[in-house]
Design a protein around this ligand. Structure first.
Ligand code: EPZ
Length: 428
């Protein structure tokens, strides 16, 4: 099993930059399928992540020509003619469901298996399918597969929940549809604005992203262009929390502080000193105060993707904190590992009650998903002794060179491939 071995107790000091946002680049890559022209799309400084590799594999399978130019990716999508996503590739990355919109828009057909659940929840896609049907798609579900077809036409879609993926899927479906599509109760995440900005760069007509109502005016064609996605706000927040729990001072540079307002507000409420400028945030670590109630909500609320790292921070805060997870109610798979390291967290439904402790102790723990893994690595940075976090492959889905970045701040994190039994013996 692949893991990280972490020596705890070292304060992080220094400056870091963060890579492009995983949750922006994935829908932007999917949206490239809308370009039938021979003009290439250049995506600048694409993060080197497992999920990006998985998405590029899918686009290649569909007929796109993918070329790397340094850290840039050049996409030629004029030869795209396949509308079926193989099950194995779909299973590798469940968010591929938002390929349905661009495939329907481009080819009038799309087929893929149900993405299935994962460690953070059963991940339904009903809002995606209902929305696409409202735009004229005919969707048949059989033996775990979804076959969609139809010439899309603009329409009004009312999302019962501001789903990020469903909003992105429907925006992309509306780009080449006949007429105007209006998405009500749309997700307001910055990644939606990123997608809008990319689409408008290649000739689409999208407006309203970032608000609850997004309007897409269908156009006959889109073309090529050059685009760079936002910095990853979740990775930035992860490094800010690392500063808090190790008692160091870290500046995260070339970011958009406005994307992290809720997180910065929470750190201030926890008594942490935070400074920010137009494209940087500096966090001065030190034991945080407990926060009596932390509500996780869609943007602009505190993001669910930082809930696990924030729970690591609150595990070491003075006093009792309550975290209420309102987005993925079962997203607590990191709690077992944190408690094994000495945290005192009890769960009740979508609520986690945390009694802060003064120290965590190193242990062998296992990541079950990307952000749970990040939370356990952070815990290892603060723990006494050595921690092994298994499941490095999950972490590498969304954090580029996490060990190199943390080590550049003074941490001691080493990627390893070891047997779980071997490490258990060491920690017995
Ligand atoms: C996106 O997932 C992100 N993934 C997630 O990041 C992120 O946690 C999530 O948005 C919330 O911000 C990508 O962008 C690739 P949702 P998504 O649809 O689109 C329910 C990470 O770690 N729902 O907003 O799947 C769903 O069950 C990942 O980077 C339905 O009920 O999130 C959940 O409770 C994890 N029906 C809630 O909405 C649907 O059809 C939020 O899901 C769709 C969603």
């Amino acid at each position: 099993m692949d893991g990280f071995v972490i020596q705890g107790g070292l304060a992080l000091e220094g400056k870091v930059k963060v890579h492009g946002a995983k949750n922006s680049i994935l829908p932007v890559l999917a949206a490239s399928l809308l370009n039938r022209s021979r003009e290439p799309i250049r995506l600048v400084k694409v993060p080197d992540l497992h999920d990006v590799k998985a998405m590029l594999k899918i686009l290649t399978r569909l007929g796109a020509v993918v070329t790397a130019d340094g850290e840039d990716i050049i996409l030629r999508t004029d030869q795209v003619d396949c509308f079926h996503i193989p099950e194995q590739l779909m299973r590798e990355m469940r968010s591929s469901i938002f390929l349905m919109g661009p495939l329907l828009g481009r080819l009038g057909k799309a087929s893929m298996c149900y993405p299935g659940g994962c460690a953070i929840g059963n991940r339904p896609i009903d809002l995606h399918l209902q929305g696409l049907q409202a735009l004229g798609a005919i969707i048949e579900e059989k033996d775990g597969f979804i076959n969609a077809r139809g010439k899309l036409k603009g329409g009004e879609v009312y999302l019962s929940y501001p789903s990020v993926g469903a909003t992105e899927n429907l925006i992309m479906a509306g780009v080449l549809a006949r007429g105007k599509t209006v998405i009500h109760n749309a997700a307001r995440e910055p990644e939606i604005i990123d997608l809008q900005n990319f689409l408008n760069t290649i000739g689409a007509q999208v407006e309203g992203a970032g608000s609850s109502t997004v309007t897409v005016t269908g156009v006959p064609e889109v073309g090529g262009g050059c685009y760079r996605v936002y910095p990853d706000r979740i990775v930035a927040g992860t490094y800010m929390i690392a500063a808090v729990i190790t008692g160091g001072t870290v500046t995260v540079e070339e970011i958009i502080p406005g994307h992290l307002e809720a997180v910065t507000g929470l750190l201030l409420e926890a008594g942490i000193s935070v400074e920010s400028g137009d494209n940087w945030i500096t966090v001065h670590g030190g034991p945080a105060r407990a926060v009596s109630r932390v509500e996780i909500y869609p943007y602009p609320g505190i993001p669910t993707d930082l809930q696990p790292p924030l729970m690591t921070m609150l595990s070491l805060a003075r006093g009792k904190s309550l975290v209420v997870e309102n987005v993925f109610p079962r997203r607590f798979r990191h709690v077992a590992g944190l408690n094994k390291m000495g945290a005192r967290i009890s769960l009740q439904g979508n609520r986690a009650l945390i009694q802060g402790v003064t120290r965590l102790r190193g242990a062998a723990v296992e990541a079950t998903d990307l952000r749970a893994g990040a939370a356990l690595v952070l815990a290892g940075l603060a723990a006494r002794g050595e921690t092994v976090v298994y499941g490095r492959q999950y972490i590498e889905r969304g954090y580029e060179n996490l060990d190199l970045v943390l080590n550049s701040l003074g941490a001691r994190v080493e990627p390893v491939t070891l047997s779980l039994q071997g490490l258990e013996a060491q920690h017995a």
